[in-house]
Write a protein that binds this ligand. Sequence first.
Ligand code: SAH
Ligand code: SF4
Ligand code: F3S
Length: 469
Amino acid sequence: MNTNIEETKRQYEYIDKLKSIVKDKSKKIGRELTYNVTTFGCQMNARDSEKLRGILNTIGYIESEDENADFVIYNTCTVRENANNKVYGRLGVLYSYKKKNPNMIIALCGCMMQEDVVIQKIKESYNFVDLIFGTHNIFKFPELLYNVIDSNDQIIDIWEDTTQIVEKLPTSRKYSFKSGINIMFGCNNFCSYCIVPYVRGRERSRKPEEIIEEIKTLSEDGVKEIMLLGQNVNSYGKGLDEDINFAKLLSEINDIDSIKRIRFMTSHPKDLSDELIDVMASSDKICDHLHLPLQSGSTEILSKMNRHYTKEDYLSLVDRIRAKITDIALTTDIIVGFPGETEEDFEETLDVVRKVGFDSAFTFIYSKRTGTPAASMENQISDDVIKDRFDRLLELVQKMGRERYDRRVGKTYDVLVENVNEKDASLLSGRMSNNAIVHFPGDEKLIGEIVNVSIKECKGFYYIGEMYE
Ligand code: SAH
Ligand code: SF4
Ligand code: F3S
């Protein structure tokens, strides 16, 4: 593991050069240059996009809601095939803007760019794209942008993997009071359906002191809630020299006074320790929410998925968690139609959903990802069987979720106020510790504050409440 300070310095030199280029260009065309960042995929990508925004803001571009801007970048996801198709569809629209704006620069980055077939396709059919980079060299964005402007050529820079972690480049947060923080990058689990390990590379943990320092800086800047990010936070610390694991890291973060709420995602069930459950149970700051992807309830399918736990392991883990944190909200991810999934296998999944009672679940139709072991497995399931199972699963997930949600009516919760309600400006919207959303009358001055809200009504998957003064 290698924290590269020299590289940070180098990129700041490019940031300085870009500042004067952007200034000159603006002067020449008589207006400020605009940018637009679109993010596909997960929280990791959302955090990476904050880094892109941070750099673009620092060099003097102005953010625009509109994709008809001077610099447009798509931060892509490739976890399922439909994520890819969306990108291709939208590139056509960007091209029509570019034909009218000679200053426009189009860039692509993120997970999809780590796939050779994608790069081939873009080279062949989308040669109007100016800049392409991947997940491992996102820190080089200032340098790459400088080179694109300087050379006027298409630049493609994709790395196979990296051991480097480059710290302390600018970021621009979406919310002033909450922030995501990477604690690790990559994934070593190779679940047989999943492309993430191939496009995000091997697992690398950030040093605990770097994480703590970043959180302290954020808290001085008004951040109250943090979300620790990693593909499998429970294996945090492996490969570091320090004697640290995820539970210990959480305890250290818990001691930072001005941080009031701590969330994390995602937890792989195979690595979730009793030590972690104890730390969660003993902390008022660690939120009462755990996202614990199940993927399937069938032990046989789980084994083919390379998940390293059985149906019974999962259920007993849930029991251990609920024994210590009674009111915890559990959420999950489930894949329907993994190769070889029989009706009996699928019913095992329904059985787990019934037994656990998730607050909510992301349900996905299995998507074949080239290069993963599952893509070449026999017995791929037909679309109509998958569709039928998917509908049945969704119905059960929603029924169980509503029951969990209903149980909270009449109780009072701490709520972090996030924004004015988009549909009704007399209401504020905020999140409870268990991640549920509640709307209630209040003044927008309270945004970023934690207030006490009594839950009056359940509207399915959100609540209407009333604030205690
Ligand atoms: N690291 C996280 C998940 C990252 S991907 C974890 O292991 O929990 C988010 C979700 O996408 C996964 O949990 C899985 O449910 C889903 N997913 C991943 N690959 C998929 C595929 N090939 N088809 C359908 N869903 C997939
Ligand atoms: Fe994919 Fe599995 Fe890694 Fe999650 S843990 S990112 S599902 S390989
Ligand atoms: Fe997608 Fe990459 Fe995240 S493939 S889900 S954006 S890690």
